[in-house]
Design a protein around this ligand. Sequence first.
Ligand SMILES: *Cc1c(COP(=O)(O)O)cnc(C)c1O
Length: 416
Amino acid sequence: MSDPSCQDNGRRSLPEGLRPETLAIRTGLPRSQHGEHSEGLFLTTAYVQADAETSARKFANSEDFTYSRTSNPTVRSLEARMAALESTEGAIATSTGMSAILLLGMGLLKAGDHVICSRSVFGSTINLFAKEFGKFGVETSFVSQTDLAEWRAAIKPTTKLFFAETPTNPLTEICDIRALAELAHSAGAILAVDNTYSTPALQRPTEMGADIVMHSATKYMDGQGRVMAGALCGPNRFIRDVFGPVLRTVGMTLAPFNAWVVLKGLETMALRMKAQSEQALAVARWLEAQPEVARVYYPGLASHPQHELALRQQSGQGGAVLSFDVKGRHGESGPEAARAGAFHVIDSTRVVSIATNLGDTKTIITHPATTSHGRLTEAQRQAAGIGQGLIRLAVGLEHVDDICDDLARGLSTLRS
Ligand SMILES: *Cc1c(COP(=O)(O)O)cnc(C)c1O
């Protein structure tokens, strides 16, 4: 949880009204007595107390530092920085993005409660709600990412939580956060938004009415593919009063080293997101002009069906992830030719990484139909619009011409 009295150092507290770029660099706990300039990394499980009375008080009130499952100064600095960036009262860091959603569910839901979730969210999120929470008597309805009427029709008297992710993977569909928040609140439910793809550098869901923001900090917050981390950001009535006690008991605590890596990652996040977004737009435009590309999915393109909503929600930027459909190998149609075409483009690259991840400075190329969405049946994939010819690109910071040249190796020889 974040500490409201965070300051840059022991001498001066930070002034009010600082901008997000400054908060991302300056928010944290006060420096230690050594005056370290870069934030300290506290690898300690326990904390020595001045006397038994102090120890008793801290344990009774869960205050300050007693044991690192409960809190740790490095983790606390990261939480303060995340809360500042999402403009929420508090934040609570977790070991992974998935454990942040686990904490969300454990804190808010009980047997008999109902959840409404987009059916286009991250695959493990669907499994967590449908299978794992389902075991404990929590029911989830999965609805269209973009059709508000489906969300409305799914509401029950027991609906407690709306869960949305925008834009989605891999087709970059957008949901209208403001409209979903109004609908959730009219039903007496809470809206939680997975903001992993946009980060607060582009999108701040609570400013559009969302109650809780969830992050896989593994992605753009670290930004360089090094550590796993997650977080929930929101008002103290959730973060401090609901999620804090659950995390202390259950222990999906973030390791201090991982917290420190993400803390440093946040210092360059706004710059990286802006640069990677600009690169992705350039690659998307280039792909749209290639004859072997059937369709490009990218919110920053005017051809995206929700272009205006995306730019309004995402600070005028499309983000770093795009997808595109390649035409079939040898000009043939059908799923097999489409897969052969996609594999040819992927296997012809020599710079970008063939992997299934995103949020890195290194560009990553992925074939969703056989990886992230490989466990779906062909019919489910068709329904989700994820064809065999679809390729996802999480655009990094290499020179944009080198990224396009790398894609051109396969695209230009697709017919040969
Ligand atoms: C990766 C990801 C997650 C899960 O996060 P982990 O850190 O891998 O546990 C959740 N949501 C989205 C959108 C993701 O990309």
